[in-house]
Design a binder for this molecule. Structure first.
Ligand code: ATP
Length: 234
């Protein structure tokens, strides 16, 4: 089966300096990939490369078999790639419903798209009129996921889903990630801290100094993780 997303030997960076050196990633439909790594490893740059915000200096990015290397962020979004940035990208003064109405990429009509999102996140259906700024961090992350779902994505890239959230909330969000995967959506979770995300992933890679230094099942990667993190990061 054609992978939903592939990075083939991608190098990318800022100005003249490459931060990523020959990244290879591949993700099949309905699976969850964890991308781990310590501070400065290149996780955010990987997200930016996938989002079309930094252009690869070498290699290719493919979405559902189509070469999208160098495509604009808009073009990538239309092709089915949704990025949830660090900090979730929700608008405090817009309601839940307004967020879902904002979704531009909407093949099936806005009402259908919204109801698809509410079907996955029934808790949000009860809060349609609530301003995002009055929601908890976990609810805002849920809203960011719901907005992604409304856009009918092939793949959702989430930068630091767990940032600033209590472990129990993260666990609940990961259950939702699993149910999105079961519905056929592929997800890439970028996380600095490895513990919980390994429980939700089908496959994991570890970045260090802009290179993938480990790739395997969560169990295989977990066994080697200590090597890549300072004691305080474990
Ligand atoms: P963190 O978890 O600390 O954000 P990260 O794994 O996401 O780390 P990146 O933010 O991708 O790592 O940074 C990788 C390298 O790229 C670092 O050396 C960083 O200084 C550099 N870098 C990041 N953003 C820029 C930028 N806009 N301009 C120049 N260099 C940058």
């Amino acid at each position: 089966m054609t992978p939903v997303v592939e990075m083939r030997n991608v190098s990318a960076g800022y100005g003249q300096i490459d931060v990523l050196h020959g990244i290879d990633l591949s993700l099949s439909q309905g699976t969850v990939l964890a991308v781990l790594g310590p501070n400065g490893a290149g996780k955010s740059t990987t997200v930016r490369a996938l989002a079309g915000l930094v252009r690869p200096t070498n290699g290719q990015i493919l979405l559902q078999g189509r070469d999208v290397t160098g495509a604009s962020p808009d073009g990538l979004a239309r092709a089915g790639l949704c990025v949830i940035p660090e900090g979730r990208g929700v608008f405090p003064r817009l309601t839940v419903d307004e967020h879902l109405r904002l979704v531009a990429r909407d093949r099936a009509g806005t009402a259908v798209a919204r109801e698809r999102a509410y079907a996955h996140f029934p808790k949000l259906a009860q809060r349609r009129k609530q301003l995002a700024g009055t929601m908890s961090g976990g609810e805002q992350q849920m809203l960011a996921l719901a907005r992604a779902v409304a856009g009918d994505p092939a793949v959702v890239v989430i930068d630091e889903l767990s940032m600033g959230l209590a472990p129990l909330i993260v666990e609940q969000l990961y259950e939702q990630v699993r149910s999105l995967a079961a519905a056929g959506i592929s997800l890439i979770l970028i996380e600095q801290f490895a513990h919980d995300v390994l429980g939700v992933a089908d496959h994991a890679v570890v970045l260090q100094h802009g290179r993938i230094v480990r790739s395997g099942t969560p169990g295989e990667v977990a066994a080697d993780l200590a090597e890549f993190y300072l004691a305080r990061d474990r």
